[in-house]
Design a protein around this ligand. Structure first.
Ligand SMILES: Nc1ncnc2c1ncn2[C@@H]1O[C@H](COP(=O)(O)OP(=O)(O)OP(=O)(O)O)[C@@H](O)[C@H]1O
Ligand SMILES: [Mg+2]
Length: 354
């Protein structure tokens, strides 16, 4: 994990970067670029709640790292003019941790629970009740003599975020009135984000440079902002400060961002899949071991974009490389691998789909 976190195109951010990101975060829904559908749906949910003078339905946001989940949570609170409390799944180790948060919420407060899939199981049960009935059952005493004392809590809105929606138990998922699926951004949307950030940073960015950075940003605003900063650094040190296409290209190649925006982990995964497993099919954990990563890292960080870009397909028998993957890595598929890929697309039974 540590190795690729330093990568310039890793979708995950470290602490320093999170501080910088704060300055670039859009504060209102109207400044939030892209994700049209999510934005429109969300705006309806928020406006109708405001009209009724009630806390809106609980909101779940799911999607890969760096697509704007935390940003949206903050925007939700801002749009509602409500206070925001931030916590995360890993911080809630016991149900008592959650009770402490829930029982001190103010009316209408937005509770942002990041990485909600990593919350302790007993706390989940408590959360169900809180979400549904605005109540927590505080357990007093131990053993057979323990009693549950119901405690009313203020109506609040839970905003949950997860990179792994599949891990949420159904009862929890069902208690969200609105689920926002965040998808990778189109280059045109990323270009707008980059333009906006360049304005905030006071960086003289030329249009074709913006397009180039957007194209290589792996569909991810976090990466777009990061590449923009690297290009700006390069322009200041090696150029005259202007962010031109030439400067952008030179900087991006210095930082080993490839034409498709794939990072070292993406390429390592593709490389293993093609060279070691002859294009697959191969199981995710086997693939992860062969690149020295946790299966979760490969599944959350690398795979979604590789699938989205059409380099990897998921089949019931495992991950399979597509012809595009072979071409992108400059390799020729062996005949049997070509079969695997072909079977994937001409499967009349639909057995290997999905
Ligand atoms: N739609 C957007 N418009 C403009 N900037 C955005 C947008 N989405 C994200 N960003 C920028 O990208 C950065 C990362 O976004 P954010 O922290 O919200 O991602 P995240 O989904 O919460 O990631 P993680 O899963 O790692 O917590 C922020 O600095 C934010 O400014
Ligand atoms: Mg976040």
């Amino acid at each position: 994990m540590a190795e690729h976190e330093r990568d310039v195109v890793s979708p995950e951010a470290d602490l320093d970067e999170r501080a910088i990101e704060g300055a670039l975060r859009p504060r209102r829904l109207e400044d939030f670029v892209g994700q049209e559908r999510v934005r429109e749906q969300l705006s309806l949910v928020l406006r109708s709640a405001q009209r009724r003078g009630r806390a809106p339905d609980h909101i779940l946001m799911s999607g890969p790292p760096g697509l704007g989940k935390t940003t949206l949570a903050m925007i939700i609170a801002a749009e509602l003019g409500a206070p925001l409390r931030i916590t995360s799944g890993p911080a809630i180790e016991r149900s008592g941790d959650l009770a402490a948060v829930l029982s001190t919420l103010q009316e209408g407060e937005v509770l942002f629970l990041d990485e909600i899939h990593r919350m302790a199981r007993p706390a989940e049960e408590m959360l169900y009740v809180a979400m549904e009935d605005y109540r927590v059952d505080v357990i007093v005493g131990k053993g057979p003599g323990a009693t549950a004392i119901p405690l009313d809590i203020a109506p609040f809105t839970l905003v949950g975020a997860t990179t792994r929606a599949g891990l949420l138990p159904a009862p929890l998922r069902d208690r969200f009135g609105f689920v926002a699926h965040m998808d990778f951004y189109r280059p045109e949307e990323l270009r707008r984000i980059i333009d906006r950030s360049a304005g905030l940073l006071g960086a003289p960015l030329e249009e074709d440079a913006a397009v180039e950075i957007a194209r290589r940003s792996r569909g991810t605003p976090r990466i777009a902002n990061r590449l923009l900063r690297r290009v700006r650094d390069y322009a200041e040190v090696r150029g005259d400060g202007r962010l031109t296409l030439e400067v952008a290209r030179a900087a991006l190649s210095l930082y080993e961002v490839d034409e498709e925006g794939l990072d070292r982990l993406d390429r390592a995964v593709l490389h293993a899949l093609l060279r070691r497993f002859r294009g697959g099919p191969v199981g995710l954990s086997t693939l992860a071991v062969s690149v020295g990563e946790e299966p979760e890292t490969v599944e959350v960080v690398a795979e979604p974009f590789l699938v989205r870009s059409g380099f990897i397909a998921r089949t019931p028998r495992g991950r399979v490389a597509t012809p595009e993957a072979w071409a992108h890595m400059g390799l020729t598929p062996p005949p049997d691998a070509a079969f695997g890929a072909a079977a994937l697309f001409d499967d009349p039974e639909g057995e290997t789909g999905g």
